[in-house]
Structures are given as structure tokens and as C-alpha cells.
Design a binder for this molecule. Structure first.
Ligand code: IPM
Ligand code: MG
Length: 370
């Protein structure tokens, strides 16, 4: 198979983790006989410095011509004081909007070898397997007006929470489709006791739910959901929610796996290409030190192989390799504990790569599919 991948490393640790993930894709290509080609584009603060905008047109064109997009992370303190339209985060919001990436899938999986790295008790997180489906191109992060002004001589500010019903319908429908192939349960999160937008969200969830009699639908208020996520996360299968609630809850969910450095994501559009990125940020405090955890980005390329290219065995090979490396005790700094072997970013990538290229691992994966 031949595929063209746009790589937007972005800022901070984005460069280190995407470099590692590209190496993993190359190893998969070598092992399974695929040709992946990589083209690089600017996004975020680096793009502002080089080209005066956080999302240059060239980058957008490159993405549109590619089969999938791999993104690192954007942002850093040196760009925090720029005017709004030049902030690195605007590049990320704009690429989501321009590519129509309406749903962000954020799976949270329990790794038994990482239980010690989570601040939660093992019995709480054991066997957690939840999929957060976050609406990604609407709501408060995109609504206009979003500005400060004067009202009766006072400084006031407004942000706008705007949704079309159709935007709610398509993402909720996707959540139900995904639940059908999982444990058949959708939790729709809202704040319907206060917000009109949430009351509409709830109605839409009911409407969509009627088309899926085999899936059970539960509504949960966002404040309660935040609490349930750490109290009893095993109750969740697919969680679907609007943009800001999803942003907040998915960071919270990452604690269940032990580290933000473990959570991958896939952003889905109607036509493609889809975009894959770790959910963590650019972590400027540790950038350039070769200590960042590359696994969230590596697991994001596993999602790319599965979702964009339909390469299930190859995706499994990456995930199994990550599992094995963790079971062998290798840890980057964020997930290390006394009994483990502390490794750098590049060493972690090497371990995963060596495992992928190792015949026994591959054979055992092939065995599962025989
Ligand atoms: C995320 C990030 C972004 C978001 C920021 C950097 C704009 O927090 O992907 O979750 O809020 O969507
Ligand atoms: Mg976030």
C-alpha cells in the first residue's frame, strides 16, 4: 500500500514525538511491505516565526493532498502575548475547521503495567476501556462574537456558544455507530439543567438514539460526569459531548492511564483526510531534552493505520509492541517508578521499533488473525 502522510510537528516536544512516530511508521512499512511517504509542514508558533501565521496556506494545501495528517503539538510561552489571531492555538483550531474535523476520538485504555503511575487506585482503573467522542469544530471555541467591549462604561466580555442542530446530530450519530461495535452504551454529557444548547443536545441525543435500539443511551450532567470519571470510570463505554466539555473531560480521563503522555487521538471528517495527534500539549518545560513520552503519538499512528488505512494487523503490531515494551519495564520520565528502567524519548522509540521488527512479536499477532 502507498500512502502520503503530512507531518506537522509544531512546537516544543511536538518535534521529538512526531520524529519518533515517523520512525515507527517506517518500521511498519518495512515489516509489512508498505510505502509511506512523509511531507513536512509548519503549524503553530514556529509557523508564526517563519511565515507570520500559525496556519500557512501551504500547510493546509499539503494536508488536503495527503492521505492522513500527523500532528505533534502547538504553543509555548514565547507566543502567549501575541494578538489572538497569531496565537499558535489558532493554527490548531483553524486546521480542525478547515479540514472539517468534526469529531475527536480519544480512547482511554487501562495498561496493567502502568497502574502504579496513576494516582488512582488499581481497583478503580482496572479494565477501564472508554472512548471519548468530542465535538471538535463548534461551540464556545468557535462562536462569534468572542471579544471584549464597553457596556455602560464597564469592561465586559462575551464568548458565544453556537451550534447548528446538524453539527450535534453527526457527532452523536458517530458515537452511536462506534458504540455498536463496542459494549453498546453511550453516555451523552451536557449541562441541560442550565444551558439551552445542552437541552437541544439532549433532544438530539434522544432523537439519534431512537435509530439505535441496540445501544443504550444515558444522559449525564457534566459536573457529575467529571466526578464519575474518577469515582467509577468502568461504567463508561462511549462518552459523547460538545467541544469544551470534551476538552476538559478528556484531560481528566488521561489520569486513568497513568499519564497524559499515553493518550492518542484521531480527528474525523466527512471526506478525509483525518488528523492524528497526541492529546498532550507542547510541554515547553521539557522540550529539547529528549525525555518526553513518545507513546501517545506512536499510539496515534496506530489509530491512523487502523482508521485511515484499514490496516488492522499493522495497528495491532504497534499496540502490541507498546504493550510489550511497557511490560519489559521501559519507562520515560513521566511514567517511571522505582522498579522500572528509565529511558529517553529516542530509546523508547528504539525499543518499540525493535519489537515491531522482531519476528516473534509479528508471528504472535499473525497468529491472532489466523
Ligand atoms: C486539545 C487542546 C486544544 C483544545 C488547545 C491547544 C487549543 O487543549 O487538543 O485538547 O482546546 O482543543
Ligand atoms: Mg485540551
Amino acid at each position: 500500500m502507498k500512502k502520503r502522510i503530512a507531518v506537522l510537528a509544531g512546537d516544543g516536544i511536538g518535534k521529538e514525538v512526531t520524529r519518533g512516530a515517523v520512525e515507527i511508521l517506517r518500521a511498519i512499512g518495512e515489516r509489512f511491505g508498505h510505502q509511506f511517504s512523509f511531507s513536512y509542514g509548519h503549524i503553530g508558533g514556529g509557523a508564526v516565526d517563519e511565515l507570520g501565521t500559525p496556519l500557512p496556506d501551504e500547510t493546509l494545501d499539503l494536508c488536503k493532498e495527503s492521505d492522513a495528517v500527523l500532528l505533534g503539538a502547538v504553543g509555548g510561552p514565547q507566543w502567549d502575548r501575541l494578538p489572538v489571531h497569531l496565537r499558535p492555538e489558532q493554527g490548531l483550531l483553524k486546521i480542525r475547521k478547515e479540514l472539517g474535523l468534526y469529531a475527536n476520538l480519544r480512547p482511554t485504555l487501562y495498561y496493567s503495567s502502568l497502574a502504579e503511575a496513576s494516582p488512582l487506585k488499581r481497583e478503580v482503573i482496572e479494565e477501564v476501556d472508554l472512548l471519548m467522542v468530542r465535538e471538535l469544530t463548534g461551540g464556545l471555541y468557535f462562536g462569534k462574537p468572542s471579544e471584549r467591549m464597553k457596556q455602560d462604561g464597564q469592561d465586559v466580555v462575551v464568548d458565544t456558544l453556537f451550534y447548528q442542530k446538524a453539527e450535534m446530530t453527526r457527532v452523536i450519530k458517530l458515537a452511536f455507530e462506534l458504540a455498536k461495535n463496542r459494549r453498546g452504551h453511550v453516555t451523552s454529557v451536557d449541562k441541560a439543567n442550565v444551558l439551552e444548547s445542552s437541552r437541544m443536545w439532549r433532544e438530539v441525543a434522544e432523537e439519534v438514539g431512537q435509530q439505535y435500539p441496540e445501544v443504550t443511551l444515558e444522559h449525564m450532567l457534566v459536573d457529575n460526569a467529571a466526578m464519575q470519571m474518577v469515582r467509577n470510570p468502568k461504567q463508561f463505554d462511549v462518552v459523547v459531548t460538545e467541544n469544551m466539555f470534551g476538552d476538559i473531560l478528556s484531560d481528566e480521563a488521561s489520569v486513568l492511564t497513568g499519564s497524559l503522555g499515553m493518550l492518542p487521538s484521531a480527528s474525523i471528517s466527512e471526506k478525509g483526510p483525518y488528523l492524528y495527534e497526541p492529546i498532550h500539549g507542547s510541554a515547553p518545560d521539557i522540550a529539547g531534552q529528549n525525555i518526553a513520552n513518545p507513546l501517545a503519538t506512536i499510539l496515534s499512528v496506530a489509530m491512523m493505520l487502523r482508521v485511515s488505512f484499514g490496516l488492522e494487523q499493522e495497528a495491532k503490531a504497534v499496540e502490541t509492541a507498546v504493550d510489550e515494551v511497557l511490560n519489559s519495564g521501559f519507562r520515560t520520565k513521566d511514567i517511571t517508578s522505582v522498579e522500572t528502567k528509565l529511558v529517553t524519548t529516542t530509546e523508547m522509540v528504539e525499543e518499540v521499533k525493535a519489537t515491531i521488527l522482531d519476528n516473534e512479536t509479528i508471528q504472535s499477532i499473525m497468529g491472532c488473525y489466523a
